[in-house]
Each structure stands twice: as structure tokens, then as C-alpha cells.
Design a protein around this ligand. Structure first.
Ligand code: NAP
Length: 263
């Protein structure tokens, strides 16, 4: 029987990460469900993955760990390998918005550092750890089309929001990280893709729902709706299933057409 492929999804207890975990389960993957503190939510993701799974042999493992902390990152990868024996894909999804939306003239250094550490430094170095594991890996990928890295960035990678500049900078940096790792790992058969979501209905945006409802009604997004965790999950599933075989370092927009320049 072929090995069951394993995907590690960071920030999978809630929101987009949960949607990614569930679709990966439906694709036949075992899923490591990383989270920061919300164990109950991670357990809910486990239950949803079990419902979506293709086979009884798939495993769904909640693993606590702060992606911005090196000790935690090493522990998350270590627990993945100890429990499941392998890793075939990493989805760098965990991320935070600023605690306070502040104008650029008021951005605090503490918020800047927090955003850069969690949204950029964490996924960069977790990718480095996984890449180094693969470069030494004594096993072939359990995904026919090879090992995968996915970065979940944001339309904020190239949309200037002056009330959360540190978030935009973290996502712009992450978009470059995706290209860098794509170039570095292509010759080793590792595919790297950036998924760039737009305005998505999750806890992250619940506090600004009214503002975005109004903007959507005015046509800010051509498809005129909120994006969902399932929208992102299905895109990741397509990547994991190998449906983009001759593509790497690409940006896949998941934003209902928001990014199209219009007149
Ligand atoms: P969310 O609903 O706030 O969920 C965030 C997830 O990340 C939770 O699972 C949380 O774990 C985890 N997390 C937070 N900090 C972490 C850390 N330091 N280490 C490990 N895990 C951590 O967010 P979301 O809306 O799903 O966003 C997911 C990703 O998509 C983020 O990178 C975000 O920037 C990006 N994105 C979101 C939108 C949007 O409109 N929502 C749009 C574009 C891009 P706990 O449950 O334990 O707190």
C-alpha cells in the first residue's frame, strides 16, 4: 500500500487554515493541525477532517506551537515526523492582523515586530526547516507530483492599507519568500506556490464586517461576495492533487477579481 501523504497546515484551528485542513483530508492526506492556543478549535478541525477523510488510515494530529518561535517550530516539525514518519507538504497559513489598526504615523514598533515575526519570519524559517529535512530526506514524496510548499499571503501584499502598514509589509515580504523558495527548491522537485486571498469571512475580519459589507455592495470585488475558507481549501487541494504540474513561484489570486485594475 502506498504511503499516506502528510501535510502540515499552520494556523489550522480556525478560519482559512481549517478549510485547508478539511479539503486536504478529503484529498486523502493525513493532516497536522497546528494552532497557537485554541485547543478546542483545533479539536473541532480534527473532527471535521475525520468526517471528510477518504480512508480510516488517515491521521489528524493537533499540534500546538507558535510559528514565530524557533523552539516551537522545531517541536512542531519534530512531532510531525515522530507521529507520522514523514512530511510531504507544508501550508504556511498562520498569520495575524495588527491588534490595533493604526495610521502609519502611529504604527508602533511592537506591532511591527510582532507582525513581521509571525507573518514573515515564522513561515520563512519553518520552510527552511522543512526544506532542509527534504534535502536530507531518505524517502520519496508520497505525492506523485512531488513535495509542496504553499504560502498564504493576502491582497495586502500589493494593496496599500495605511491603517495596517505592518501587515502589508509582512505579506509583501512573504510573497518574495515564495518566489525565493520556488527558485531554490525547483531543481529538487519541490513546488512552491503563493495563494493570495482577498476579503475572506473569518474571525480576522469579523470586527470590520460592516465596512466590507458596504464595500462589497458597491462593487469593490467583481464577484460581489466574501471569500470563504472553502475557497482557499479547494485551491490548496488542487495544488496538493498535482493539478499545476508545470508551475512554481506563481501567485494564485483567490479574491473574486479584486486585483484586476479597472476603469
Ligand atoms: P483567523 O481566523 O484569525 O485564524 C488564525 C489562525 O492562525 C488560528 O488557527 C490561530 O490559532 C493561528 N495562529 C495565530 N497566530 C499564530 C502563531 N503565532 N502560531 C501558530 N498559529 C497561529 O485568520 P484567517 O482569516 O483564517 O487567516 C489565515 C491566513 O490568511 C493569515 O495568514 C491571514 O493573514 C491570511 N488572510 C486572511 C484574510 C481574511 O480576510 N481573513 C485575507 C487574506 C489573507 P488559534 O486558534 O490557536 O488562535
Amino acid at each position: 500500500m502506498p504511503d499516506i501523504p502528510v501535510v502540515l497546515v499552520t494556523g489550522a484551528s480556525r478560519g482559512l487554515g481549517r478549510g485547508i485542513a478539511v479539503e486536504a483530508a478529503a484529498e486523502g492526506f493525513s493532516v497536522v493541525i497546528n494552532y497557537a492556543s485554541n485547543a478546542a478549535a483545533a479539536d473541532e478541525t480534527v473532527a471535521l477532517c475525520q468526517q471528510a477523510a477518504r480512508t480510516l488510515d488517515q491521521r489528524f494530529l493537533p499540534v500546538k506551537g507558535d510559528v514565530s518561535n524557533r523552539v516551537d517550530r522545531d517541536a512542531v516539525l519534530g512531532q510531525t515526523l515522530d507521529a507520522l514518519g514523514r512530511i510531504d507538504a507544508l501550508v504556511n497559513n498562520a498569520g495575524i492582523a495588527p491588534r490595533v489598526r493604526a495610521d502609519l504615523t502611529e504604527t508602533s514598533e511592537a506591532s511591527f515586530e510582532e507582525l513581521l515575526r509571525i507573518n514573515l519570519q515564522g513561515p520563512f524559517f519553518l520552510t527552511q526547516a522543512v526544506a532542509n529535512h527534504w534535502l536530507r530526506a531518505p524517502y520519496a514524496p508520497a505525492i506523485a507530483s512531488g513535495f509542496k510548499i504553499v504560502f498564504v499571503t493576502s491582497i495586502s501584499a500589493d494593496t496599500a492599507s495605511i491603517s495596517r502598514g505592518e501587515y502589508c509589509i509582512s505579506k509583501a515580504g512573504l510573497a518574495m519568500a515564495s518566489q525565493l523558495w520556488a527558485v531554490r527548491l525547483a531543481e529538487h522537485g519541490v513546488q512552491v506556490l503563493e495563494l493570495r486571498p482577498g476579503i475572506m469571512a473569518t474571525d480576522m475580519t469579523s470586527g470590520v464586517k460592516g465596512k466590507y459589507d458596504a464595500l462589497l455592495a458597491e462593487g469593490l470585488v467583481p464577484q460581489r461576495r466574501w471569500g470563504t475558507a472553502e475557497d482557499v481549501g479547494r485551491a490548496v487541494r488542487a495544488v496538493l492533487a498535482g493539478h499545476f504540474p508545470f508551475t512554481t513561484g506563481e501567485v494564485i489570486h483567490l479574491d473574486g477579481g479584486f486585483h484586476i485594475r479597472r476603469l
